[in-house]
Design a binder for this molecule. Structure first.
Ligand code: FAD
Ligand code: NAI
Length: 467
């Protein structure tokens, strides 16, 4: 065999798996069909979206908050070309970093489409059509996902777009209709709303970010409407989107069965993503997938073919970069004979709007449905000195603990820097802390983290100090 392990796909799942395999002494190869390494996350996902979220946030602050801070800069102007250019530079640097890591760890990188010839042989076809074959004792499938397009949507990539095109627009839309009020819809909707677009969200369910705790959804809806003028059509299902010249006509049906028609110059389709296995030749290796096209795996992320594993967006579970990374490490360590573990309930979810939204553990809806007895402690950001100092008073932190044992079951937050603060909750929950444990720990003053302590005090015995 040429390799102990071959990883197909260089996203956060694949490249992290490759590094860990190499660290553990395995001769490792990685195959990526594009020239640039890093997958969806680095090239058209996490990193570029956060770069644009950051730039648009600066613009929003300059136009809406600087004056109050006592900073007069005249009327700021958007240079979208430069904003996109900076984003692309961040992507190139980050992808270059992955290339460096592959070399540093002596991982052989192949550029081209990887496809199974049999369970130990993989063919690599490069952009010019040149083929080569390698053999591998084990293979990790990490081929990720692609945007989902629903029937009736005329996805022309110019006016009816997905997140991929939305990261490269050459003008700020006048009116952007966002189909799907999930994570991509609110993040990229925020980018263009901050730059001046009118944003209308059409969502099939009854709130934004429906998978998260409903307290967060309610607060996010309120803030995005107040701050950026977001408009919503909830319980409304889009049935078609067609481009006519420079206009997109979107048709939808609400819960009363009435038809709604919206007109926009851009329509962002963000209705979820689907696993990507096209051209991979799963059938040649005998690897099974499920009814949703995900590669079927057992608890050890092993497919029905014992030397082939699969991780990340292409398998079941949350489609998140850090989930993919944990799975990459898990498979590498399992292959090395170790006994790794992933606590899926403690994989945090974060939405990078402003205020940021983050949650880990059980939501209140889930606990209600399971009939488990719980108690809730909440603390509003507006009661926090640090939040007042920076004018970030929107948001709330909610801690849910077991009614009898006080063990923290879920932490849900919306507020400034929630994306980073959720790590405290993950650590606490991994060590099975009680709400009182956190309530008794010193949190630096003035910081946003004091809101976590206060929410834990509230959950303990309704002992919050500052409300
Ligand atoms: P991917 O990153 O999709 O990588 C798969 C790679 O495999 C791709 O490079 C693909 O070209 C390659 N490939 C596929 N088939 C083959 C083949 N046959 N041969 C060779 N190569 C192949 N997640 C977060 O946690 N935080 C965020 O902030 C976040 N923001 C996001 C923003 C956007 C706009 C989008 C779209 C996604 C975002 N995500 C975020 C989700 C995140 O990008 C994915 O969960 C993550 O990239 C999944 O990693 P992966 O390794 O499973 O697959
Ligand atoms: P999503 O699953 O988060 O949201 C899709 C939304 O579209 C759902 O709320 C759904 O009810 C709605 N929908 C579906 N069909 C519809 C229709 N016909 N009409 C109206 N609404 C409809 O998916 P999204 O936003 O596309 O993101 C894909 C994945 O990317 C997510 O699963 C997420 O994990 C990942 N991601 C993560 C980010 C982060 O961690 N910050 C950022 C961006 C993406």
């Amino acid at each position: 065999m040429n390799y102990d392990v071959t990883v197909i796909g260089s996203g956060p799942g694949g490249y992290v798996a490759a590094i860990r395999c190499a660290q553990l002494g395995m001769k490792t190869a990685i195959i990526e069909k594009y020239n640039s390494l890093g997958g969806t996350c680095l090239n058209v996902g996490c990193i570029p979206s956060k770069a644009l979220l950051d730039s648009s946030e600066h613009y929003f602050k300059a136009t809406h908050e600087f004056k109050e801070h006592g900073i007069d800069i005249g009327k700021p102007k958007i240079n979208l070309k430069q904003m996109i250019q900076r984003k692309s530079e961040v992507v190139d640097q980050t992808s270059g970093g992955v290339e460096f890591l592959m070399k540093k760890n002596k991982i052989d990188t192949y550029h081209g489409l990887g496809s199974f010839v049999d369970k130990n042989t993989i063919k690599i076809t490069d952009a010019e059509g040149k083929e080569q074959q390698i053999t591998s004792k084990n293979t990790i499938i990490a081929t990720g996902s692609k945007p989902m397009i629903i029937p009736g949507i005329d996805y022309d990539k110019k006016r009816v777009i997905t997140s991929t095109e939305a990261l490269n627009l050459s003008e700020v839309p006048k009116h952007m209709v966002v189909i799907g009020g999930g994570v991509i819809g609110v993040e990229l909707g925020s980018v263009y709303a901050r730059l001046g677009a009118k944003v209308t969200v059409v969502e099939f369910l009854d709130s934004l970010i429906p998978g998260m705790d409903s307290t967060l959804a309610k607060e996010l809806q309120r803030v995005l409407k107040k701050q950026l003028g977001f408009q919503y059509h909830f319980k409304t299902k889009v049935t078609s989107a067609q481009t006519k010249g420079k206009e997109v006509i979107i048709k939808a049906e609400n819960s009363k069965g009435e038809e709604i028609e919206l007109k926009a110059d851009y329509c962002l389709v963000s209705v979820g993503r689907k696993p990507f296995t096209e051209g991979l030749g799963l059938e040649k290796a005998g690897v099974e997938s499920d009814e949703r096209g995900r590669v079927k795996v057992n608890d050890h992320l092993q497919t029905n073919v014992s030397n082939i594993y699969a991780i990340g967006d292409v398998v079941q579970g949350a489609m998140l970069a850090h989930k993919a990374e944990e799975e990459g490490v898990f498979v590498a360590e399992a292959l090395a004979g170790q006994k790794p573990h992933i606590n899926y309930k403690l994989i945090p979810g974060v939405v990078y709007t402003w205020p940021e939204v983050a949650g880990v553990g059980y939501t209140e809806q889930e606990l209600k449905a399971s009939k488990r007895k719980y108690k809730v402690g909440s603390f509003p950001m507006r009661a926090l000195g640090r939040a007042r100092a920076s004018m970030d008073i929107d948001g709330v932190i909610k801690v849910i603990a077991d009614a009898e044992t006080d063990e923290i079951l879920g932490v849900h937050m919306i507020g400034a820097r929630a994306a980073d603060m959720i790590a405290e909750a993950v650590v606490a929950m991994e060590y099975r802390a009680s709400a009182e444990d956190i309530a008794r720990m010193s949190h630096a003053h003035p910081t946003f983290t004091e809101a976590i302590k206060e929410a834990c005090l509230a959950a303990t015995d309704n002992r919050a100090l500052h409300v």
